[in-house]
Design a binder for this molecule. Sequence first.
Ligand code: CU
Ligand code: CU
Length: 340
Amino acid sequence: MKKISRRKLLTGGSLAAAVPALHALVPHQGLHDALGAGGGRRGHAHRSRDHHTGVVGRVDPRVNGFDPHEILRDFDWGTVRREGGRVVREWEIVAEDKEIEVAPGVKFNAWAYNGRVPGPTLRAREGERLRIRFTNGSKHPHTIHFHGIHTAAHDGVPGVGRGNVQPGESFTYEFDAEPFGLHLYHCHSNPLADHIAKGLYGAFIIDPRDGRPEADELVMVQNGFDTNFDRQNEVYAVNTVAFAYMHEPIRVRRDELVRIYLVNVLEFDPVNSFHVHANFFHRFPTGTSLEPAELTDTIVQGQGQRDVLELRFPYAGRYMFHAHVSEFADLGWMGFFEVV
Ligand code: CU
Ligand code: CU
């Protein structure tokens, strides 16, 4: 069988040829709807083909139990206690096996931290003590490996310290919040690419001691999904659901400072990128300095790379943002800001 272009999964350039082959490769129910070949439900406004993306239908956030629009501004500060005058922040994180929908009708058997992909955005202040109780509710061994500075025993790597946390078991990771910046956490069990690509990752923000200027803050975790196990991604997104911000743009205010915490956890592709239309942003690499390194409109990120981006929109209107790896944009990594 001739290899099917990844592009056809979502936009279906040649549907007659693509659909039977895709059914063999990706036997997911509802794919007809995603491809626009379902027929029967056409005419219903909600099912009509989007003229920007070619995609039919939308992912209902109730099916996944999480909403990419809520993830944008959802920061998990944990529970605070004081020990010897010091702030200790605590979280409970559970890994589980969970089917999610990453594009209309395209299901993916994910592994998720706290039921969502990406996992919760953990947020703390520089210098605090952090304690993360991890329970593995999945059928596979997992860990949590945090970026940041800490001891080997709490690095979440197989064979070091506690190493793999087996199904049904728990382990508590503990370390200081340093350095300030935009970090991430992810599972580090083997095979590593698979444990990450299945969905075990999240953003991890350490605020500078004195904070950053007031802003409308947005978390964007760039990810992708290999839905047919060929070690290529068929679906690309920010915060998991393809085209979520095309179908419902991100509303921001004109002239207000917007701060984007941009993380790239994409597997199987060496780089990802971010481009915003009709505007420029300040780039703070890894968020570890309060002085911007660059003023630009496009950045490239390797796997695990992060940047804090700051911008203001001087004009009202609808402005696109997307991966400037254009193929990713066509496969889901594309959205709009609605400036009001
Ligand atoms: Cu894992
Ligand atoms: Cu990493």
